[in-house]
Design a protein around this ligand. Sequence first.
Ligand SMILES: [Zn+2]
Ligand SMILES: [Zn+2]
Length: 430
Amino acid sequence: MTSNGNPDSRLSQRDKIRSPADRNNTFRLGVCLILWCCHVLLGTPLTTQNVVIVIIDGARYSETFGDTNRTYIPVMDNLALEGTYLEHFYNDSFTYTSRALPALWCGTWTGVRDTLYEGVATKYAVQPTLFEYFRRQTGAPAEKCYYVLKYITSLWLPSFHSQYGPQYWPTYHSVGSTDVDVLGQALWVMDNYHPQLLWIYLADVDGAGHSGDWSRYTSAIQTADSIVGVIWDALQNDPFYADQTTMFVTNDHGRHDDQHGGFSGHGDGCDGCRHIMFLAVGLHVRQNQLATQVRCIPDMAVTAADLLGVDPEYATGEVMEEMFVPIEVQPSYDHTVPPRFILYTNYPNTFNPHTTIRYELPEEGLIQLAVFDMVGREIVRLMDGYSAPGSYQLAWNGRNQAGLEVPSGLYLARLNLPGNTRTIKMVLLR
Ligand SMILES: [Zn+2]
Ligand SMILES: [Zn+2]
């Protein structure tokens, strides 16, 4: 994966995408489209975006998405209609914060080591973190990468890895004493710095859980739920973030189930401690989807890195592709040749597993583009909606509607405009 230059130039490119009529910027648009086309070929989501990650420490799945009534998370329940939540997301190793949080940062279960940092005894992660990958590979300055949490005397630190390390750490903003304070600080940071990678750590649910007071614990979850809603609304109301941002909400660990001592503690690796929530909402995230694939903590940072266009080279997790729409559709801005109704041969063909499909629409209309197998079953619908005339291209990632890989074979892509159909054959060879 390539780096993307400094974020300010990226922002201006993004603005250009929004106003294609601006003829004075044809060259920059061209550059932008070329970058975009490279992305289509790679089949990954666009990199011109922001990622906001909210960690709710120690909320048990049975009080979040595992509760069918969503008693304590009405806001995230609503948000899930706009996004994807995972039914099987797990802490697959140490079910306590000092190891799970670094694994969330690093995209792998990293060792942690004791150190004395600025006179304070603390620990650091052995492997580089998402923050370090992002800052080193994109050249983003410290204020484009923020970590907001309430005040604690000693931070757990990112890595001192020889290729990464302190010069690529995030800007820590550790102020206040409650999750609500953290919300206020996060909004302030967003307003003032517009970080492209923003990590928000909410600690109160775990603290309340340890108190053994059920109503305090559940009300801390309700507060965290409201905070997630306020953050999301703020993102949508800020032109820097609106429609250009993906938000993840998850936990570092759950809490004991009732057979293992109940909600007041955690750390034995029972299902209550392991099973955690994962909600994704935003750019390219499938809407109103429950994803059933089994995923684990290391997959989060790797997925976030993919969205940011960076390579988490020491991470072991996987990109959770099932959360994202398998397509990138953008009209081409070259209208010098009037479009005809054409479905071009996909490129490449044969492919593994990504291929690009181009088509032209001479008139506006309701179009469908779907992939079928040779017995006529629809595998995935890549486009279904009203389109303006123009040239389009999109990518298929060799996955079906549920986000699962389909086997090698011959597939048909069929473009349908009312009264008009075009079909091409595509060979997937894994
Ligand atoms: Zn705890
Ligand atoms: Zn447990």
